[in-house]
Design a binder for this molecule. Structure first.
Ligand SMILES: [Fe+2]
Length: 221
């Protein structure tokens, strides 16, 4: 059997880090400089473990093939989830002054929730898994699990790595932190609404969106 190793395919450079920040400006909302730098490192490391050069090169999909956005890139989803998670937190904090949400953990976790996607979406990885799923599975790890690995590898705290693995299906089997619930709801909500307003490719929403009856987008004038 040919063994496959999932580490870096190229070195992380300052160019990689600059591209991450350019594609994902919401990272700058993280106040703690060390935490902010680690989120940049996580995305840089994840990209360099794949053939994707930058976040905007990645397709705008929840999982490979489902759901799929009609236009845009993965950055549109990631940035939207950060903004939506912040709005959810603001709603509860503004209405209830004793609600406690860690703002930096929330932003860092939202930034990194899909950091495993370069691995799961990588063309070579997908072709290898498809050629023989009996060898290491298909996928070997979903993006949530590989994302947790990326977070811990670059030194992000448990609070952020927990959200990477807990935001998706794996979260059904865990006790979830407050910030994880916020990111998980923002993520799932983002795809639900994207589908309802007609931003997703018909037929790609999957069984979790069975009640959705998408509206057509406004036609070009
Ligand atoms: Fe997501």
């Amino acid at each position: 059997m040919t063994l496959n190793y999932c580490g870096l395919r190229r070195a992380v450079t300052s160019h990689t880090r600059e591209a991450v920040l350019a594609d994902f400006p919401e990272i700058r909302l993280i106040e703690d400089a060390a935490l902010r730098a680690l989120t940049v490192e996580a995305w840089s490391y994840a990209l360099c473990c794949s053939d994707f050069e930058r976040i905007t090169d990645m397709p705008a999909e929840g999982n490979p093939g489902s759901p799929v956005l009609k236009r845009g890139t993965q950055a549109d989803h990631l940035r939207g989830v950060v903004r939506l998670a912040l709005r959810l937190a603001d709603e509860f904090r503004s209405a209830w002054d004793d609600v406690v949400i860690d703002q930096d953990v929330l932003i860092a976790a939202a930034v990194c929730h899909d950091v495993g996607k370069p691995y799961e979406f990588d063309v070579k990885n997908r072709a290898r898994w498809a050629s023989d799923p009996s060898a290491s599975g298909q996928p070997a790890f979903r993006h949530s699990v590989f994302g947790m690995h990326v977070c811990l590898t670059v030194g992000l705290p448990e609070e952020v790595a927990h959200v990477a693995v807990g935001h998706s299906m794996e979260g059904q089997f865990m006790g979830l932190s407050t910030e994880c619930v916020l990111v998980r709801q923002a993520d799932h909500c983002w795809w639900q609404i994207a589908g309802a307003v007609g931003l997703t490719v018909p037929g790609t929403l999957g069984p979790n969106h069975g009640l959705t009856r998408p509206r057509a987008l406004r036609s070009a004038p």
